[in-house]
Design a protein around this ligand. Structure first.
Ligand code: SAM
Length: 260
């Protein structure tokens, strides 16, 4: 019977792939690949004779949900044909990525074995490059557009990471970039929780061993005129100290006294 495994290739070419992902790729009948860099596709082609790009499903003007449906269907066709299928995605296949989750769920609904192998995501690289431990003060992750479309409660005493900031505010789901006017609205939303001169960092992990990560820190007010790309992530450090919960602390103290 056919099967599906979605694996993560990590962010940096050749540097982050795990042994399990590598052996899944080597043992597959067919490997589908969705990566942002054509060089990564070439690298994968050296690992397997039948590597098929999912990239052509992306097109300017085509709704992204249609792109994801087409990607899922391409993989499922081969699973249904009884083949061992691998979907190889850059980063972690389950982090801010719809097609791998959908493909696995669909394969399972149709009775096929399907699972995910985690990978090194942009988030992991960010912690390493920027020296952030998400456990120290806490860390919130949102898609930038979702933060604009919905009322979310930001905790300004924790880190805030905004994904897909380069297309913040895009409701067409067809664009590869939104302009400064959209970013001005994002800044307006963030100004509800952060001062205008708050430092924010545009982060782009290195994807080749010969390149350096981008880590550009600007004042929040200057974000609209800062160049952003499809692969930019925005890091907003806390602007407030942790607030003690005096009531909870008093109750814990009471427990401690009772135990003494
Ligand atoms: N699955 C991917 C991962 O594990 O990192 C994330 C895919 S998501 C569709 C695309 C978003 O991931 C981008 O908008 C950006 O926020 C982030 N991203 C992708 N490549 C990046 C890079 N090289 N550096 C920083 N963030 C990146």
């Amino acid at each position: 019977p056919g099967s599906l495994v979605c694996v993560g290739l990590g962010m940096m070419l050749g540097a982050h792939i795990g042994p399990r992902a590598r052996s899944q790729i080597e043992q597959a009948d067919v490997v589908f690949v969705a990566v942002s860099d054509p060089v990564v596709e070439l690298w994968l082609q050296q690992m397997h004779p039948d590597v098929r790009s999912l990239q052509p499903h992306y097109a300017e003007g085509k709704p992204r949900h249609q792109t994801y449906r087409d990607m899922v269907e391409s993989m499922l066709v081969e699973v249904r044909a009884g083949r061992t299928v691998v979907g190889a995605f850059y980063g972690h296949p389950g982090v801010f990525a719809k097609a791998p989750h959908d493909a696995i769920a669909q394969a399972r609904r149709e009775g096929f074995a399907a699972h995910m192998e985690p990978g090194v995501s942009a988030e992991d690289c960010l912690y390493a490059d920027l020296g952030i431990d998400p456990g120290r003060l806490g860390c919130q992750h949102y898609e930038a557009s979702q933060l604009m479309f919905y009322r979310r409660r930001i905790d300004p005493s924790a880190y805030l990471i905004l994904w897909q900031v380069g297309i913040a505010g895009d409701r067409t789901y067809r664009r590869f970039a939104t302009g400064p006017e959209y970013r001005r609205l994002l800044v307006e939303r963030l100004r509800e929780d952060y001062p205008a001169d708050h430092p924010v960092t545009v982060y782009e992990a290195a994807t080749l061993p010969i390149t350096q990560p981008r880590m550009d820190t600007v004042a929040l007010r200057d974000l609209p005129d800062t160049p952003l790309h499809m692969h930019s992530t925005l890091v907003v450090p806390p602007c407030e100290a942790l607030q003690r919960d005096e009531i909870m602390l008093a109750r814990i103290e009471a427990l401690e006294r009772a135990e003494a």
